[in-house]
Ligand binder design. Structure first.
Ligand code: ATP
Ligand code: MG
Length: 345
């Protein structure tokens, strides 16, 4: 690119996720990727921003009474409007620091199933954070573009984006959505399933951060072939006597803990396939299903899905970045994709 390009263009694309927020700057690519968390200091009844993103995530579950760490997005949509706006402002300021005086145009992706009220909330918070114009694009379209799928071809393409809050299953053809459904199952639900399994089976209380660490290090969607798999030592509070306890956890146990959310994801794919017109469904049987989002990285999830649905399954390169990359491309190719971007509602 030309030197100083950024002086002329500070338009941005934002993937405002339940777990992570990514910012793509036109002509530059993804330049910010931080957890969607804000920490506040509570002073004389007033909230003062203490940390945003990575630093705030470290405080989750570890705050004293005077500090509050909040995740403003839940299940893919804004749960706390003021905090979300605060967070977006902070991130925009962070990437916008040395650039222009003009306000940026910003495209944000929204879950396909977002209601008009939820869409308006997202648009308002982006405008409130300093955007000149705010466009919305459906998340499955962004995910598919980011994964490099040929969505403008006259063939059926299925993308399954497994995020922190939701799993969105969509079938696309000719650049538009033929079928889409969002189920409120994603990484958060997996973490909760691990927490409740440990409480039930081991009388052990662990926090969300520990559950997420278990999931990302030894989490698996499928019973290991040897009936046990790898293991790790975990620490929590013994619910019987209240004191800290360390214990070993195997992959087989984690597979059991995760069986319900994994099953729900498989069912969402089957339901989508059944609801897809036959010729497009035949394309998907041939071409397979593309997984995107952080949840796509769960161990053996592709295998479990293949076994249960009989479809070929692939995991997108950079699965955690697909939605942001696709939203960013919609900024670069706005003319071609104008039917998919909504500046109005
Ligand atoms: N290796 C891994 N195995 C399993 N899960 C993982 C792995 N890496 C990340 N995750 C999970 O992926 C989720 C985050 O994914 P992603 O960034 O796609 O979500 P998001 O876009 O913020 O959420 P949403 O799209 O639902 O709003 C988190 O729940 C995280 O724990
Ligand atoms: Mg997402």
């Amino acid at each position: 690119m030309f030197g100083g390009f950024s002086l002329f263009s500070s338009d941005m694309a934002i993937d405002l996720g339940t777990a992570n927020t990514l910012v793509y700057v036109k002509g530059k690519g993804i330049i910010l990727n931080e957890p969607s968390v804000v920490a506040f200091n509570l002073k004389n009844g007033r909230k003062e921003v203490l940390a945003v993103g990575e630093d705030a995530k470290l405080m989750l579950g570890r705050t004293p009474g005077s500090i509050q760490a909040i995740r403003p997005m839940r299940e893919g949509v804004i749960a706390d409007f003021d905090v979300a706006e605060e967070m977006i402002k902070h991130f925009i300021r962070k990437v916008h620091k040395r650039t222009t005086f003009t306000k940026p145009k910003i495209i944000v992706c929204v879950p396909h199933g977002a209601t008009p009220v939820e869409k308006r909330a997202i648009r308002q918070s982006v405008l409130g954070a300093g955007a000149r114009r705010a466009g919305l694009i459906a998340e499955p379209i962004a995910a598919a573009i980011g994964a490099g799928m040929p969505i403008t071809d006259p063939t059926g393409n299925m993308v399954v984006d497994i995020g922190g809050g939701t799993t969105e299953v969509a079938v696309m053809s000719l650049g538009d959505i033929v079928y889409a459904r969002s189920v409120r199952v994603g990484g958060d639900r997996m973490d909760e399933a691990i927490i409740s399994y440990l409480r039930r089976q081991q009388n052990l209380l662990v926090g969300e951060a520990t559950a997420e660490r278990i999931k990302t290090s030894i989490g698996t969607a499928r019973m290991p072939d040897d009936g046990r798999g790898a293991s790790m030592m975990i620490r929590g509070r013994d619910l019987l006597n209240g004191i800290p306890k360390e214990t070993e956890l195997t992959q087989a146990q984690v597979a059991e803990a995760l069986s319900e959310p994994v099953q729900q994801i498989c069912e969402a794919v089957m339901t989508a396939l059944e609801a897809t017109p036959p010729d497009l469904a035949a394309d998907i049987v041939d071409r397979g299903v593309m997984l995107t989002g952080g949840g796509a990285l769960l161990g053996d999830l592709d295998l479990a899905l293949r076994e249960q649905t009989g479809l070929p399954i692939s995991i997108a390169d950079d699965s955690l970045h697909c939605v942001a990359l696709g939203t960013g491309k919609s900024l670069e190719y706005e003319k071609e994709l104008r039917h998919a971007i909504d500046y109005e509602s």
